[in-house]
Ligand binder design. Structure first.
Ligand code: SAM
Length: 209
C-alpha cells in the first residue's frame, strides 16, 4: 500500500485518533466566523481540509511529503476542482484567519522561533493557530526508555529530540509559547491538570496579537 494511503487508513481506523481529530476539528470550527479561510499546515492526506471545506471554509493545504500530497489529491479531488481546497507549495503563499496543524506536525520542527515568525505573516490580526502536539507529560509513554531518559531534559530545558524517531521533538507548552511570543499569545492549553497525564495529544491555541 502507498505510504499516504497507509497513513490515511491507519489513522482513520483508530478510534482514539478519530475521537482526538473530532475534538480538534470542533475547536477549529467553533472559533471560525462564517466563510473564514484556513491554512492546514502539514495537511497530510487532507482529512481535516475536506471537513473544513464541507463547512464552508476555503482551505489552503501545505504538505511537504510527496506521498501524503499524492493521497490528498485523490481524497480531496472534488474540493480541489471546486477550489475549496487549494494546494500551495510554500506556507507563506496565503493570508488566512486560522492555521491548523493537527497530529504532531509541529513536533517535526526544531526551530519554532522561525516557524511562528513565518506564521505571523500568514495569520490575520486576531486570527489563531491551533496545534495538536505530542504531550511530553503523557504517562503512557513512561514505559519507554527514551521517555525516562529524557525526563531531566524536559524538566531542565522544556524540550528534547529522539534521534532514532526521525528526530521527533517533544516540547512543553511553555517553550512553544516562548517561541511564539513576539507574535502570538498562548490562549488555551487542552487538556489541563490530571488530563495531562492521560492524553497523548495536547492542543495549543495561539492568538495573533
Ligand atoms: C502525523 S502527520 C499529520 C497529518 C495531518 N495533519 C493529519 O491530521 O492527519 C504529520 C505531518 O507533518 C508533516 N510535516 C513534517 N515536517 C513538516 C514541516 N516542516 N512543515 C510542515 N509539515 C511537516 C508530515 O509530512 C506529515 O504529513
Amino acid at each position: 500500500m502507498h505510504t499516504g494511503e497507509h497513513y490515511h487508513v491507519f489513522i482513520q481506523t483508530s478510534r482514539r485518533d478519530r475521537r482526538v481529530r473530532s475534538q480538534f476539528q470542533s475547536m477549529v470550527l467553533s472559533r471560525l466566523a462564517k466563510g473564514a479561510d484556513i491554512l492546514d499546515f502539514g495537511a497530510g492526506t487532507g482529512i481535516d481540509a475536506k471537513t473544513y471545506a464541507a463547512n464552508g471554509h476555503a482551505t489552503f493545504v501545505y504538505e511537504p511529503s510527496e506521498a501524503m500530497r499524492d493521497y490528498l489529491t485523490q481524497h480531496c479531488r472534488e474540493e480541489i476542482a471546486r477550489n475549496t481546497v487549494v494546494e500551495i507549495g510554500w506556507p507563506l503563499a496565503c493570508k488566512v484567519h486560522a492555521v491548523t496543524a493537527n497530529f504532531a506536525v509541529l513536533n517535526h520542527i526544531d526551530d519554532h522561533v522561525t516557524l511562528f515568525k513565518d506564521l505571523s505573516r500568514v495569520v490575520r490580526k486576531d486570527g489563531f493557530v491551533l496545534a495538536s502536539m505530542l504531550n511530553p507529560f503523557y504517562l503512557g509513554d513512561a514505559r519507554y526508555g527514551w521517555w525516562r531518559k529524557n525526563l531531566v531534559n524536559l524538566l531542565r530545558h522544556g524540550r528534547y529530540a529522539i534521534p532514532s524517531e526521525s528526530r521527533i521533538h517533544r516540547f512543553t507548552p511553555r517553550v512553544v509559547a516562548h517561541a511564539a511570543a513576539p507574535y502570538f499569545r498562548l490562549e488555551r492549553v487542552t487538556p489541563r491538570g490530571m488530563g495531562l497525564a492521560t492524553n497523548l495529544y495536547i492542543f495549543l491555541l495561539f492568538r495573533r496579537t
